[in-house]
Design a binder for this molecule. Structure first.
Ligand code: AN7
Length: 359
């Protein structure tokens, strides 16, 4: 196992304050690729763009980074069961890591509003999954109450152990680039991730590995954009179900991240999200779920508005894999279902469908 990436706890042992007696529950998360995206750099008219492809984590989203630390700490404290509210990805990660730890997981999801792939993961990893007749914000309220009053351990990002694991993504970016990006954009939902990146970059500055922050941009879906409105949104709506969140838990931390890094909050419509989702798969070779296109979609919106800061190196975190919610790839820009053509089983028929002439 000597040459294998060991997961974020073992790779960043000292920087997570781990000691030898602390349990490590890992599925090998982290070490995700930073993929150059020249087509996107051209589109945004910036020097270079790199996609931090968090869909390459074991359960297909960035949540694994925080779940390895949260579940390990929970195990260390004697927990038998963990609970999470989720728009989908947290439930998949909680279920997988709890299983690895030999614990039970309980996940609360908004009824009918989580993507198929994520639901199948939670079920596959034998979570006790309940569909709550409400939205994510209701689920989180209930999960917090369960944590307070019952013998279950909360592993949402309000648990500080989650941010500790997630901050390692900043370390990896600096490790690979050898510097900080000028601007770093990502989707913004419950605001755990932007807070974790801020924490990670803060520590990189303290360690003297970089000298200043990248501008952190958090991008919301237009119908679920409390940071744009400046107040919670009662009935968040967007096709990007992962970020269908109206009352973000890490409100203050996200505001601080924006302020300290001279960053920004932006939003994109569902149409803009789907356009960018398609651009990333068709022009960059990176298949993400629609919410994960938010970072790039928000930057494009501001490029068109003419107020994108003049920057050279841009990192965009794409948070979840396209296979989580694959239905969107099977629709064209007008929402019509795409069905590959049926052909007879011979070369002539295939060639004629492709419009090929004999060479
Ligand atoms: C793909 O799984 O909140 O701003 O319960 O799944 O840290 O909340 C997921 C959020 C971005 C937003 N991209 O991150 C959940 C959940 C994807 C996500 C976000 C989520 P935060």
């Amino acid at each position: 196992m000597a040459n294998q990436w060991r997961g974020v706890i073992r790779e960043y042992y000292d920087r997570l304050n781990w000691s030898d007696s602390d349990p490590v529950v890992t599925l090998g998360e982290g070490g995700t690729p930073l993929i150059d995206a020249p087509a996107l750099a051209t589109l945004l008219d910036v020097g270079e763009v790199y996609l931090k492809f968090e869909g390459m984590n074991p359960t297909g989203s960035f949540k694994d980074r925080g779940m390895t630390t949260a579940v390990s700490r929970a195990l260390g404290r004697g927990a038998k069961a963990v609970v999470a509210a989720s728009t989908g990805n947290t439930s998949a990660a909680a279920a997988a890591y709890a299983t690895k730890a030999g614990m039970q997981s309980v996940v609360l999801v908004p009824s009918g509003k989580i993507a198929y792939g994520k639901l199948s993961q939670a079920i596959a990893h034998k979570a006790q999954i309940l569909q709550v007749k409400g939205n994510f914000d209701d689920c989180l309220r209930i999960a917090r109450e369960l944590d307070e009053k019952y013998p279950v351990f909360l592993v949402n990002s309000v648990n500080p152990d989650r941010l500790q694991g997630q901050k390692t993504a900043s370390f990896e970016i600096v490790d690979v680039l050898g510097k900080q990006p000028d601007l770093h954009a990502m989707p913004l939902g419950n605001a755990g991730n932007i807070s974790a990146y801020h924490l990670g970059y803060t520590e990189e500055i303290k360690e003297g590995r970089i000298s200043k922050f990248p501008k952190l941009w958090g991008v919301q879906a237009e119908g679920a954009a409390p940071f744009i409105k400046g107040a919670p949104v009662q009935k968040p709506e967007t096709i990007a179900t992962a970020i269908r969140i109206g009352n973000p838990a890490s409100w203050d931390l996200a505001q601080q991240a924006k302020k300290e890094t001279e960053g920004n909050f932006a939003f994109a419509s569902d149409k803009e999200l789907l356009w960018m989702h398609r651009f990333l798969s068709q022009e960059c070779g990176v298949f993400v779920e629609p919410s994960s296109a938010a970072g790039a979609a928000g930057l494009l919106k501001h490029k068109k508005l003419g107020d994108l800061p003049k920057v050279d190196t841009v990192v965009i975190t794409v948070t979840g894999h396209g296979l989580k919610d694959p239905d969107w790839a099977l629709k064209d820009e007008k929402g019509r279902k795409i069905r590959p053509k049926r052909v007879n089983a011979n070369a002539a028929s295939v060639a004629s469908s492709l419009g090929l002439e004999k060479s």
